[in-house]
Design a protein around this ligand. Structure first.
Ligand code: DOR
Length: 471
């Protein structure tokens, strides 16, 4: 990177010669960020560097709005030895992700407004990306949920709070709200967005009895079958419709749910949104057989037919967002085998390369990846100033290389747990420069090697995301 000035923290940067993924399509040109905000975009002539402005030559590279990952499980507080907000945020930046939404299944779970305020304070001190946090629902914390997001008559928007998370089925951690009366109480008496982990707890418990003698990983997807997922998704959708509540169905995994959600009307799809993970768009039962419990997660990696339907429903607009469900577990815990190995896998640092490699392979376009990983996520969460390369939007951008193939290697991981489910796969679309509010926070080039390096200290940049209440 050529530096015109020596102040890398002033939020002023000029990116030249990039293939910019603009809302109107891909065009080659220059983009300027001044004081952290996109101030000029030129597709017809060069922008001259200003005094004190850093210049980055992005010839041959693509320039995208920074990725927004709407589902990560960093482990702070309680299990910082697996991931704290600093390591998680650095991992995000290395993957071209400039904003993340973090889940509440910590130890202890984040179920009070105070616990979320603590997370925001820690993120301010440690992150190099922007951040938002879900408050976890329990059967009896309605008052805390209302303090965080408001009541139906009076929604509130706290910077850094993105909504309520409900685990309808048990997964990692202790959070669970599965009884209909408790769910109804939350849907009927809160504002904002409810994000659900949709698995039917009763069916999970019944079916585990039939499976518990098994030790093979194939048992996981048989146990947590597609009906388990569909039952809960159907329940949540009906509650959202009855209470006119904003609903986001997290990590869709089954063709059955994707087809079910495709029946929603256009109007209903503004109220009820959903997401899919790169791992469910890439892996099927064959990969599970090869990789074993590394690929154990909830809801599970399913079957080739589910993968095909998820792609179909992503491409037809039923599914609008990509998340990662980044869930760092130690490999020594994974070694416990099925069923004892914990569920979940890291992903925040490889989601963008994984999806851009699908684009390179012709499965989708780069513009679609930008919509799924940035613009649509910003829209779903009503984020202010995010998701587009457009004058007036925040200067959160990523320069990616669509030609340079890098093989994913556990040894290059940024996550503290040091492994990645895409290990051994050759991917393109790696960030060569990640910029948050005009400040370069991460680079990857010949000098840094494939792992890349962070360019700022923890806490140097990154803010609580501002999200408007839904109505
Ligand atoms: O596999 C999963 N792991 N699914 C979840 O819902 C939680 C996550 C975790 O936090 O480990």
């Amino acid at each position: 990177m050529q530096e015109e000035g020596d102040d890398t923290m002033n939020g002023n940067i000029l990116i030249t010669g990039a293939k910019m993924v603009l809302p109107t399509g891909i065009e080659t040109g220059d983009l300027r960020i001044s004081s952290g905000v996109i101030s000029e975009i030129s597709t017809s002539g060069h922008l001259e560097p200003l005094e004190g402005e850093m210049v980055h030559d992005a010839n041959g590279m693509h320039l995208l709005p920074g990725g927004i990952d709407p589902q990560v499980h960093f482990r702070e507080p309680g299990q910082e030895f697996k991931e704290d907000l600093a390591s998680g945020s650095a991992a995000a930046a290395s993957g071209g992700i400039t904003s993340f939404l973090d889940m509440p299944n910590n130890k202890p779970p984040a179920t009070t407004l105070e616990s979320i305020e603590d997370k925001i304070a820690s993120a301010n001190a440690k992150c190099i990306t922007n951040f938002g946090f879900f408050i976890g629902a329990t059967p009896d914390n309605l008052d805390e949920l209302q303090r965080a997001v408001g009541t139906p008559e009076n929604g509130v928007a706290h910077p850094g709070i993105c909504g309520i998370k409900i685990f309808m089925g048990s997964s990692t951690g202790d959070l669970l709200v599965h009884e209909t009366a408790h769910l109804e109480n939350i849907f009927a008496n809160t504002a904002g967005l409810i994000a659900v982990h949709a698995e039917d707890e009763n069916r999970l418990n019944e079916r585990f009895e039939q499976m518990k003698h098994r030790t093979d990983i194939a048992a996981h997807a048989e146990w947590r079958d597609d009906i388990t997922a569909l039952n809960a998704t159907d329940l949540a959708v009906n509650m959202a419709k009855q209470t006119n509540h904003r609903l986001h169905v997290l990590h869709l995994t089954s063709g059955a749910e994707a087809d079910y959600l495709s029946e929603l009307t256009a109007e209903e799809r503004k109220q009820i949104t959903t997401e899919v993970l790169p791992q469910h768009l890439t892996f099927d039962e064959t990969d599970v057989e090869v990789q074993g419990v590394r690929l154990k997660m909830n809801p599970p990696i399913r079957f080739a037919k589910d993968l095909q339907t998820l792609w179909k429903r992503l491409l037809d607009g039923t599914i609008t967002c990509i998340a990662t469900d980044h869930a760092p577990h130690l490999l020594e815990d994974k070694a416990k085998g099925w069923p004892d190995a914990p569920s979940g896998m890291p992903g925040v640092e490889t989601s963008m390369p994984a999806m851009l490699t699908h684009a390179k392979d012709g499965r989708c376009t780069i513009e679609q990846v930008v919509a799924w990983m940035s613009s649509n996520v910003a829209e779903a969460y009503q984020m202010v100033g995010k998701g587009h390369l457009e004058v007036g939007y925040d200067g959160d951008i990523v320069v990616v290389d669509m030609e340079n193939k890098i093989t994913v290697d556990d040894a290059n991981s940024w996550t503290t747990v040091g492994w990645n489910p895409f290990h051994g796969r050759e991917l393109v679309g790696w960030s060569v420069l990640t910029v948050v509010a005009g400040t370069p926070v991460f680079e990857r080039n010949d000098a840094t090697g494939p792992k890349g390096q962070c360019l700022v200290e923890p806490g140097a940049v990154g803010k609580p995301l501002v999200m408007m209440p839904w109505n």
